[in-house]
Unconditional design. Structure first.
Length: 218
C-alpha cells in the first residue's frame, strides 16, 4: 500500500502486556505482543514494512525474543494469519448467534464476512494474502491455511443448508466461494474508495444474488 493510501489511517494504540507467570504464559504473552504489533504495523504502513526487526521494535521486545517464537518473517506472518482467521470466526459467531439455522444463517455468514473485511484486521488479512504473491514460502504456508478454512466453512455452511433441504453440495460450495471472492475484491476496492456508496451497493446486489442462489438449492 502506498503512503498516500495509508496516511489517513488512524494509529493503532497497542496495549502494554506485562510478561509474567510460567514459561508457557510468558511465551503466549510474547506471541500476543508480536501479533498485535505486526497487525498494527501492516495496517498503518503496509505489508512491506512488517520486518521482524520493525515488529519487534513495535512490540517492545528484542528481535531475538521474536525469532525464538517465529524463526522467519514468513513464520510470523503465517501465524498472524491464523490469528486473524480465529478473530474472523469470533466475529462470525457474534453475527449469527441470534439467527436460526438454515438459509438466513448462511446469509448472515456473508454479512459477517463483509463486516470483517472492512475492519483493520480484515484489511491486514488482505494485505498479507496479496503480499504472499512474491513470497513462495509464505504462499505455500497460506495455501495450507486457506484449505483448512475452506473445509471449515464448507462443513459449517453445509450443516445449515442441509437442514433447509439442500442436496447439491458442489453447487453450494461454488456459490459460497463466489460470494467470498466478491467480498474480498470489494474490500480491496473499499480500501481505495472508502467514501463511495457504490461499494456497499455492489455488495448488497451480490448478497441478494447469493440469497437467491441459496433458495434455489432447496
Amino acid at each position: 500500500m502506498n503512503k498516500a493510501a495509508s496516511a489517513s489511517k488512524p494509529k493503532i494504540e497497542l496495549e502494554e502486556r506485562p510478561v509474567r507467570g510460567s514459561h508457557a504464559m510468558r511465551r503466549e504473552a510474547t506471541r500476543r505482543k508480536v501479533f498485535d504489533a505486526c497487525i498494527a504495523t501492516i495496517y498503518e504502513s503496509g505489508f512491506a514494512t512488517a520486518s521482524t526487526l520493525e515488529v519487534a521494535k513495535r512490540a517492545n521486545i528484542s528481535r531475538g525474543a521474536l525469532l525464538k517464537q517465529f524463526p522467519t518473517r514468513s513464520d510470523m506472518l503465517c501465524e498472524v494469519m491464523r490469528e486473524l482467521l480465529r478473530q474472523s470466526v469470533v466475529n462470525m459467531q457474534t453475527f449469527i448467534k441470534d439467527v436460526p439455522p438454515g438459509i438466513e444463517r448462511v446469509i448472515a455468514y456473508a454479512d459477517a464476512g463483509w463486516h470483517f473485511y472492512r475492519t483493520p484486521i480484515g484489511i491486514v488479512f488482505i494485505e498479507i494474502a496479496l503480499g504472499a504473491r512474491d513470497n513462495e514460502q509464505l504462499g505455500e504456508m497460506l495455501a495450507t491455511i486457506g484449505l483448512e478454512r475452506e473445509q471449515f466453512e464448507a462443513t459449517r455452511i453445509w450443516e445449515d443448508m442441509s437442514l433447509a433441504g439442500a442436496t447439491d453440495r458442489h453447487a453450494l460450495a461454488t456459490a459460497v466461494l463466489g460470494m467470498v471472492a466478491t467480498m474480498r475484491g470489494l474490500a480491496i476496492e473499499h480500501m481505495w474508495n472508502r467514501n463511495s456508496d457504490l461499494v456497499q451497493a455492489t455488495f448488497e446486489a451480490h448478497r441478494q444474488r447469493f440469497a437467491d442462489t441459496l433458495r434455489s438449492l432447496v
